[in-house]
Structures are given as C-alpha cells and as structure tokens.
Design a binder for this molecule. Structure first.
Ligand SMILES: CC(C)(COP(=O)(O)OP(=O)(O)OC[C@H]1O[C@@H](n2cnc3c(N)ncnc32)[C@H](O)[C@@H]1OP(=O)(O)O)[C@@H](O)C(=O)NCCC(=O)NCCS
Length: 139
C-alpha cells in the first residue's frame, strides 16, 4: 500500500465498516517503519487491502477488507497469509487482532486461518460494541 492507493482504500473502508478509519490513520501508519500493508488490484482498481504492524515479536492486524463483489474468493485469506509471511520474516512469533463479536464473516476467516478467541474487550468500539481479541502463534 502506497500513499497514492489511499483514495481506493478509503473508499472501500467507508463501504464495509460502520466506523471507518479516517484517511489520516492510514497516512500515519504508512509513515511508520513497523507497518505491513498490502492492496489487491483488479484491472487497475483497488479491490482489497490489509494493514497491520510488527512490533517486537507481535503482529497486530488492524484492518483487512475486500470489496463486496470480490468477497468469498479467498482474497481476505490470501492477504492474511501474506501479512503473516512478512511478519515472520521480520521476526514476529504471534499475531493478534480485535474483531467485532458480531462480525461472523471475519471471525470465520480468522478461525479458518488458525486464530483463536482469547477474550472479549468490552465496549472496544466507539459505538459501544464489544471486540473479541483473537490470537495465533505464527510458524
Ligand atoms: C472479512 C473479509 C475480509 C473476508 O474476506 P473474503 O475474501 O470474503 O474471505 P475468504 O474468501 O478468504 O473467506 C475465508 C473463509 O472465511 C469464512 N467466511 C468468509 N466470508 C464469510 C461470510 N460472509 N459468512 C460466513 N463465513 C465467511 C468462510 O469460512 C470462508 O471459507 P469458504 O469460503 O471456503 O467457506 C470480508 O468479508 C470483508 O471485507 N468484510 C468487511 C470488512 C471486515 O469486516 N474486515 C475484518 C475486520 S477485523
């Protein structure tokens, strides 16, 4: 993901999340050397992205999203896999993330990729909803 990808990224972010990240969150992360971020393109258009950060031995996955028409074609899983590979190369041994307890699709994808629910963070989101913290040991 580069700065000039952010129009496409932010457009998807606004479509698929009820509390989307503002653009400057992405800008701030892209300026950090800890960030791992991808976009997926189809015919020159951005159709998905993933962003996270490697700090010490932990990969924190901030956001993964696939444009609605392209969902359910293993693209989310592939981005997750790529992010884990980069994180392992950078010395990470664990990955974790927060996900809305109501987000059936994302929870299923993470479980498929070996993530376990560790605990609930109550009222984690601005709208008062809870998050599961999911965790995986990277190999
Ligand atoms: C979560 C998301 C990234 C998944 O991406 P995707 O490319 O559609 O997912 P995949 O095709 O890789 O799916 C992998 C598995 O996850 C599960 N899954 C994915 N979408 C699902 C859905 N809508 N309902 C139930 N299970 C689902 C399935 O087990 C699927 O495997 P299968 O298709 O062989 O049954 C996508 O739904 C999305 O962008 N959602 C909106 C943004 C979001 O909530 N991101 C997560 C933030 S933590």
């Amino acid at each position: 993901m580069r700065f000039d990808d952010l129009d496409g990224v932010v457009e998807i972010e606004r479509r698929v999340f009820s509390n989307p990240w503002p653009r400057y969150f992405f800008e701030k992360d892209l300026e950090s050397g800890n960030t791992v971020a991808f976009v997926l393109e189809n015919e020159g258009n951005i159709i998905g992205y993933a962003i996270g950060s490697c700090i010490d031995v932990e990969l924190h996955i901030s956001n993964i999203a696939v444009k609605e028409d392209f969902q359910r074609h293993c693209l989310g899983s592939r981005m997750l896999h790529e992010m884990e590979k980069v994180a392992i190369d950078r010395g990470c041994r664990f990955a974790y993330l927060e996900v809305r307890t109501t987000n059936v699709a994302a929870i299923a994808m993470y479980k498929n990729r070996g993530y376990n629910i560790m605990y609930i963070r109550k009222r984690y989101y601005l709208d008062g909803n809870d998050a599961y913290v999911m965790h995986k040991e990277l190999r």
